[in-house]
Design a protein around this ligand. Structure first.
Ligand code: GAL
Ligand code: ZN
Length: 665
């Protein structure tokens, strides 16, 4: 594992750079990311480049043996640029042209911005592309942050129309696919099609989903423009982009496809409050964790999602190492917590971790943000932890080269996320909430669980869960069929197959294209108001209880379909709620309600047993596990000692610390 740091040499007097580089080296760091916001210094006026300062920064860092990750600076258009080319500035959903003065103020479809970005990226790639200390490229910075994926300007309108023409070829086909007969939305020329903002009522869902796809594709195309330049002038140097893991408006699976490596930012306390609202059902009991550690289940979910992007070791390009400044309460961080976060990163499959940032900044928006060093240059908590971490690393490094054991996975499809996010029909019903509920259940059962794209190879998995697969894609149905035929255990959840790929409703009984696979049909469904619950009885241990949010009535299609849970009250009383169908050497399950955390946990135990997943043990709240070869790493995010029992033995896990256990079997 390599450790590193994000550094802004341009924020500090040049006389200090040498000392910073020496200190980084002493602290055991070997990677340093620079440059991602430095456009204004590199190109202070259009076409006029000043490379010397960056050359010297490179040499100073390289002299200490540091390897450099160089950011292309397109996340921060300089003031001269937006002043000379005002149509670079994006237009938000409310139709407001946004101002310059911070960062990310550009539209992905502005021809001027594309041309200017090509120039700066080509310049950088030619200048540093074959530098012996160049470790990797980072393109831009956190696409989509500050809600910048979706722009509603005239350039986007023009490009959206071409995107639609390419996709549908004729307006007849578009009208048909979108069902524009509804409310007289029929189009007779491409110019009549607008972007779906500022409408009086909700726009046509098909129109909206295509716009969401187009906006995500625009980001991927902007990234591809940069990848092409970097590959030409800097061949062989890996290219990455630091994603925000649970960002919902970019298809991160597509974005990652053309990258050599996945990388991300991890801010456990920063994401805490914003994410909790998106991932837990309101009123749901949340896990216990130390006040400055952040919710480990949320952090774990994010890490797992990034691991799934390329299913390969990844980089944490920005690892929180002290307090952030952009949260609601900005908790101070105690010694021990940055070390715990680093261990979490390592056990989740990251093999490069760079802390954000080297030294707390004196100017700009992030004055309250911490670094490894304080504002005055003295070591802060993160730096102290880094020194302590040196003792843990050799053993952990060795263990983490053993293959990671993951036999279960959740499947995430961004198109479902978008479609369902627009028409949830019940405020609590969301793709992320469902995926997260299952992820948490797997963690509590001590079973590592991947989060994979729909195109992932499912064959190594013993158990796959698709908690809600709204859009019924026939090719996915065929692949799932294969998976089960060859011994896989599959669970699909509510609303599966409800939509067509153009986001109209499938006209056949649910679960539509998945019906043959599951051998049931959904005869009725209800969304339930908050507080309303209906009883389920079940032969699966601990599953009986109440269902909230959403319920479905299931009818077996075949005598082989087994019923594991039945409605015991409410409108569907007596009909099936959970079924199983044996198929090939595997089996499919269909679950017709939105599970609670306890119900998901009970089902995880049951399904894991069925699928032959061993080493089950219930973990206390606040403890996470990952498994490498014969070893498991247990991390305790709580403020108290936790006891775990594994293979019949108990082990005390110190507060905010870890334990490494070897399996006997
Ligand atoms: C990240 C961003 C960094 C910095 C950091 C502060 O999201 O990429 O540039 O702003 O947050 O926590
Ligand atoms: Zn735009």
């Amino acid at each position: 594992m390599k450790l590193g740091v994000c550094y802004y040499p341009e924020h500090w007097p040049e006389q200090r750079w040498g000392e910073d580089a020496r200190l980084m080296h002493t602290a055991g760091l070997s990677l340093v990311r620079i440059g991602e916001f430095a456009w204004g210094l590199i190109e202070p006026a259009e076409g006029h480049y000043e490379w010397d300062w960056l050359d010297r920064a490179f040499e100073t860092l390289a002299a200490e043996g540091l390897r450099i990750i160089l950011g292309t600076p397109t996340a921060a258009p300089p003031a001269w640029l937006t002043h000379s080319y005002p149509d670079v500035l994006p237009v938000d959903e409310a139709g407001r042209r946004r101002k310059a003065g911070t960062r990310r103020h550009y539209c992905f479809n502005s021809p001027d911005y594309l041309a200017l970005s090509k120039n700066i990226v080509s310049g950088l790639a030619k200048r540093f592309g074959s530098h012996p200390s160049l470790h990797a490229w980072q393109i831009d910075n956190e696409f989509g942050s500050h809600q910048t994926t979706r722009c509603y300007c005239n350039n986007c309108t023009r490009d959206f129309r071409s995107w639609l023409q390419q996709k549908y070829e004729t307006l007849e086909k578009l009208n048909q696919s979108w069902g524009t007969v509804f409310w007289s939305q029929l189009y007779s020329s491409w110019e009549q099609i607008e972007l779906p903002n500022l409408t009086l009522a909700q726009p046509n869902p098909s129109h909206w989903l295509d716009y969401a796809r187009f906006a995500s594709d625009s980001v991927t195309a902007f990234q591809q423009m940069q990848i092409d330049i970097l590959q030409t002038h800097s061949p062989g140097v890996p290219v990455t982009h630091n994603v925000i893991p649970n960002l919902s408006d970019i298809n991160l699976h597509q974005l990652a496809r053309k990258l050599d490596r996945a990388s991300c930012s991890v801010y456990p306390t920063g994401l805490l409050e914003t994410s909790a609202d998106r991932f837990y059902v309101p009123g749901e009991e949340q896990p216990v964790f130390a006040y400055d550690a952040g919710d480990p289940v949320l952090t774990g979910f994010n890490l797992e999602l990034v691991q799934g992007l390329k299913q390969a070791p990844f980089t944490i390009m920005e690892q929180q190492c002290g307090q952030v400044n952009w949260s609601r309460f900005n908790t101070g961080i105690r010694p021990g917590t940055p070390r715990l976060w680093t261990l979490h990163a390592l056990s989740a499959g990251a093999d490069e971790v760079l802390y954000f940032r080297w030294r707390a900044g004196l100017s700009g928006d992030e004055q309250h943000h911490s670094g490894l060093l304080r504002h005055d240059g003295s070591p802060d908590v993160g730096f102290q932890d880094l020194l302590k971490l040196q003792q843990d690393l050799p053993l952990l490094q060795q263990i983490c080269t053993e293959p990671q054991v993951v036999e279960t996975a959740l499947i995430l499809d961004y198109e479902d996320l978008w479609a369902l996010g627009k028409q949830p029909h019940h405020e609590y019903y969301s793709t992320f909430r469902l995926l997260f509920c299952w992820y948490r259940a797997f963690q509590q059962a001590g079973i590592p669980c991947a989060i994979l794209p729909p195109h992932a190879d499912l064959s190594p998995l013993k158990l796959a869960i698709l908690p809600t697969t709204w859009i019924g894609k026939p090719d996915l149905a065929a692949r799932l069929e294969q998976y089960v035929q060859h011994g896989g255990t599959l669970l699909m959840g509510l609303r599966s197959g409800f939509k067509t790929t153009t986001n109209t409703v499938n006209p056949y009984p649910l679960p539509g294209v998945f019906r043959k696979l599951l051998n049931i049909h959904v005869s009725d469904w209800h969304a339930l108001p908050p507080g309303q619950r209906h009883e389920i009885k079940s032969d699966i241990p601990d599953l009986a209880g109440q269902a909230a949010v959403w319920i479905e009535s299931l009818k077996p299609d075949s005598p082989q379909t087994l019923v594991h849970a039945t409605w015991n009250s409410g409108p569907f009383s007596g009909s099936a709620a959970l079924t199983e169908y044996p198929s090939g050497t595997g089996q499919t399950f269909y679950m017709g309600w939105f599970p609670s955390a306890d119900q998901a946990r009970s089902l995880v135990h049951y399904l894991a047993g069925k699928a032959g997943i061993t080493s089950l043990h219930a973990l206390p709240d606040g403890v996470l596990v990952s498994r490498f070869g014969e070893h498991s790493i247990y991390l305790n995010f709580s403020d108290s000692v936790q006891t775990i029992s594994v293979d019949g033995e108990t082990c005390a896990l110190p507060a905010r610390d870890y334990a490494l256990l070897e399996h006997k079997s």
